[in-house]
Design a protein around this ligand. Structure first.
Ligand code: FAD
Length: 464
């Protein structure tokens, strides 16, 4: 019976770890299986590039009233605040907007009339929640709202690139629903020790099999146990199974099911979109950007979002020179294009853009190139067990036959044996984020407590 568990959790991202951690604490016999050779999924860190850890995937805590924030507070993880999510009304003037075609850098609170029109359209997007047209995309909506063509690229950088996709793939009604979800404290925070501290917290007493890539899940009706088979032919069985793999893995059919997934689940998987994402992280020996600049949203540019790291947020290491970092966050179609470039061209593209944004006659026009030390790239499209960034509020085609949102259907358990967590299943909380993923881990934990009361857990062998 050594390979029989109460619950097998597939995937060791934050949703799977959160769920497994809570179940294990309650006394269930839990196994987490992970295809990769490390835990964490889309939260992953590098500890060698700078004197402080660099986040290669999920980075910010979006909001001070979130589960992630509360976890950090409870466990005394050290946080620091960065740019506000409330882009247009932030009291901290640290966000800049860049109009690539005009080579113009504008502080967000000093926006011109055209940008104000865009701001108004984006801020009022949540009003579209009752829009009966589920097929309307954000590009069509902004044109209808007479947002000037000149700033549509900026709309893409501000809004759709945050959702890791493009303007014409965002469904307006779905986006409105996301924008209406609760988040009353719009501040962004980062964990000084990195998200690794959370992974360690959840995983320290969990049983985790790495390099264990699930190929097949058998929930045949009359069998009491669910059978999970790996690509290497190993088998584990459990009373309940939780699937937390990225949406793209389900779309690509990496895991097959007996019996097949219900039609509504298949349609939900097809309807929700997930595009590409990558980061270029560059290190400099000088701070060449404007003193208060933390974030630049770059319209009509290869790198749509750039944020700054290093001093004053990071502690100085005695005897070591300061390291100033720019993170290029590239998603949607730009991520596909930059992913196809050679490593030399990728960094050249980033440096050229930074030079164009911050170059002046005083600093010699090429301040980024002149102070560049080194860089690293993490391309999530090439991670074999993720293959993209995260899900986004998608267009619902008129042929979509259900009243429920596709994310709600994706979250539905099957036959009281198979449960679904992960960022794409976030229904009441924020889709796509670390926090949303954590919340889905808690949701499935609650579902399992009802489905498999602790009195029905497997009996461990009596101690001799
Ligand atoms: C570049 C980038 C930047 C981001 N920035 C932020 C941010 O600043 N703030 C924020 O809140 N969120 C951010 N996110 C999103 C956030 O990281 C994710 O939403 C969250 O980490 C997803 O967690 P998850 O548990 O749903 O999925 P994952 O972390 O993807 O976990 C799923 C796991 O399943 C494993 N798996 C896949 N196939 C199999 C298989 N067949 N068998 C077994 N295991 C399998 C995968 O290897 C993976 O470990 C970012 C994401 C990216 C990519």
């Amino acid at each position: 019976m050594s390979n029989v568990y109460d619950i097998v959790v597939i995937g060791s991202g934050v949703s799977g770890l959160m769920c497994g951690y809570k179940l294990e604490k309650d006394g269930y016999k839990v196994l987490v299986v992970e295809a990769n050779n490390i835990i964490g999924g889309r939260t992953r860190q590098d500890f060698n590039f700078t004197s402080y850890p660099v986040e290669l995937g999920g980075e910010m805590i979006h909001g001070g009233d979130t589960l992630y924030y509360r976890l950090a507070m409870e466990n005394k993880w050290e946080l620091f605040e960065v740019f506000s999510m409330d882009l247009f009304n932030s009291p901290i003037n640290s966000t800049y907007l860049y109009l690539g075609r005009e080579r113009k850098l504008i502080r967000a609170d000093q926006r011109d009339e055209d940008i104000q029109k865009l701001a108004d359209a984006l801020v009022s997007l949540s009003d579209e929640i009752d829009n009966p047209n589920r097929e309307m995309n954000l590009l069509e909506h902004l044109i209808k709202k007479q947002v000037p063509f000149r700033v549509l690229g900026l709309a893409d950088a501000i809004y759709s690139k945050t959702w890791a996709t493009d303007l014409d793939r965002i469904g307006v009604k779905e986006a409105a629903r996301e924008d209406s979800k609760p988040n009353t404290i719009p501040n962004n925070y980062k964990v000084q020790q990195s998200s690794k501290i959370m992974l360690d917290h959840f995983s320290k007493s969990l049983d985790i099999n790495l390099n264990w890539r699930v190929k097949h899940i058998d929930t045949t009706k009359d069998e009491k146990l669910v059978k999970v088979t790996s690509y290497n032919g190993q088998v584990v069985q459990a009373q309940r199974v939780v699937v937390t793999v990225p949406l793209q893995i389900l779309k690509d059919g990496d895991i097959t099911f007996t019996p097949e997934l219900p039609e509504r689940k298949k349609i939900a998987i097809k309807t929700i979109g997930m595009d590409g994402g990558m980061k270029i992280i560059a290190k400099f020996n000088k701070k060449f950007w404007l003193n208060n600049c933390q974030l630049v949203l770059c319209g009509d540019s290869p790198v749509p979002q750039i944020w700054m790291d290093g001093p004053p947020y990071r502690p100085l290491v005695p005897g070591q020179p300061s390291e100033y970092v720019s993170v290029g966050f590239i998603t949607g179609d730009q991520a596909k294009a930059i992913s196809a470039l050679s490593p030399q061209k990728q960094i050249r593209t980033f440096l050229d853009q930074l030079d164009a944004m911050f170059g002046t006659s005083e600093n010699g026009w090429t301040p980024a190139s002149d102070s560049f030390i080194s860089h690293m790239v993490y391309d999530w499209q090439k991670n074999p067990f993720v293959r993209g960034a995260y899900s986004y509020p998608s267009i619902i085609p008129s042929t979509y036959p259900y009243k429920n949102y596709p994310n709600e259907i994706l979250a539905e358990p099957i036959d009281n044996k198979l449960f679904f967590a992960g960022e794409a299943t976030a229904t009441t909380y924020d889709l796509s984020t670390i926090n949303g993923a954590l919340e889905t881990g808690v949701r499935v934990y609650e579902e399992l407590k009802t489905s498999l009361p602790i009195s029905n857990k497997l009996q461990s062998k009596p101690k001799m």
